[in-house]
Design a protein around this ligand. Structure first.
Ligand SMILES: [Ca+2]
Length: 388
């Protein structure tokens, strides 16, 4: 079995990457040595003379800047070795794909000739937006453009949204808010080739290598299933694809074919996108008609003992009361909630997250993300109500 019969991978022009890598390695090493020697003038007895001629200030600033250069060179080195075929890790991956999934070895070798390691992805993976406090994170998503865009998306895709909501019980405004937060309704789906993003993180980012090797495996499988050239799909720097930003493993488990054309097209087909998001929620046990999150007010500070890291609802309503917490809407007494605190500029805002809030966090494990989706969904719903 091949990835795709007659598939034509356009490999890059041949280039002696190994020779280039050696050259850059030697150059980087020499530079690091030069800079590190230069930063210890005291050791060479040069300090008094430098102080005498007012060179200390110049020296400190210059060495500080120079110290950054080796870092840049390391990244440059990675980019110079962008052809990763022949490396031990890529060979092992290809062997596994051949033995486990019957891919053609020569075809995968040819494919990886065209794959590029992207240095900017390695920078981006280290600074996710989830590190922000809630009051800053919220502003990224609760904008007029995103709310109005949601209303427009609703109006343009009303038949598919209505059908999917009736079929699955997942509200249209939640599906729309996910697509709005993920890609601004398909406007920002990412510009990296998925195979470059996944290969960069699988082969050049050891902390998440295992996870991304799995996603790379799933990506090649989905390309074979869907008859897609693996060099074509584009996505985020982490390999999330299409309008709903599904990772390849999510695509294989949850993507849905709304229009029954035998393709699950989450890049262009809005019906498939809507059905796929809803299916993701259904498979994570969305409860039709149930609340998502409810504001809570506190007296005293007893509640802080309930603010644990896990997101799964764990408190009964009676327990909320015993912690001097008051929920702003009545709920059945058997309901379980998760107490969540969101950082505001002054103090924190408390919410009770219900099972459906937990389901949203299965799409992205951050409570900030789930709250942004929930609040955006409410704003879209309200705004749509104002249209004739
Ligand atoms: Ca389809």
């Amino acid at each position: 079995m091949k990835i795709r019969t007659g598939l034509r991978f356009k490999a890059q022009d041949s280039y002696d990457f190994n020779a280039s890598a050696k050259k850059w390695s030697a150059f980087s090493a020499a530079f690091v040595l030069m800079v590190s020697m230069g930063t210890s003038p005291k050791a060479f007895g040069a300090w008094p003379k430098m102080q005498k001629y007012n060179l200390v200030f110049w020296f400190k600033n210059t060495t500080c800047a120079l110290r950054l250069v080796p870092c840049a060179l390391c990244l440059l080195l990675i980019s110079c070795t962008s052809n990763i075929t022949g490396t031990e890790s890529v060979n092992a991956f290809i062997s596994r794909m051949v033995t486990t999934h019957q891919f053609e070895e020569s075809e995968l070798n040819e494919l990886f000739q065209a794959v590029e390691i992207k240095e900017d992805i390695l920078k981006k993976i280290s600074s996710p937006a989830e590190g922000l406090p809630w009051y800053k994170y919220r502003k990224i998503f609760m904008t007029d453009a995103r709310i109005n865009g949601g209303v427009k998306f609703w109006q343009e895709n009303e038949p598919a949204l209505t059908a999917v909501e009736q079929q699955t019980g997942v509200p249209a405004e939640i599906i729309i808010a996910i697509i709005g937060v993920e890609t601004l309704y398909g406007q920002k789906t990412g510009n990296y080739r998925v195979i470059d993003a996944l290969s960069t993180l699988a082969f050049a980012y050891p902390p998440r290598s295992k996870f991304f090797l799995g996603e790379l495996e799933n990506f090649l499988l989905l390309c074979r299933d869907e008859h897609i050239n693996p060099l074509e799909p584009v996505g985020s720097y982490a390999g999330a694809m299409g309008m709903p930003q599904f990772m390849p493993s999510s695509f294989r488990s949850y993507a849905a074919d709304f229009d029954n054309d035998s393709h699950r097209d989450i890049w262009h087909n809005k019906g498939d996108v809507i059905a796929s998001v809803a299916n993701y929620f259904v498979k994570h046990h969305w409860q039709s008609g149930q609340a998502i999150a409810i504001p809570v007010s506190a007296t005293g500070e007893n509640y802080k003992t309930a603010l644990t890291g896990d997101l799964k609802p764990d408190l009964r309503l009676a327990e909320l009361e015993s912690l001097n917490l008051k929920i702003s809407r009545p709920l059945p007494s058997s309901t379980k909630v998760k107490l969540l605190a969101f950082e505001q500029q002054q103090g924190e805002e408390l919410w009770a997250g219900l099972d459906n809030f937990y389901v949203i966090t299965r799409y992205n494990h951050s409570p900030l993300y789930a709250m942004a989706v929930y609040q955006l969904s409410l704003s879209i719903l309200n705004k749509k109500g104002t249209f004739p």
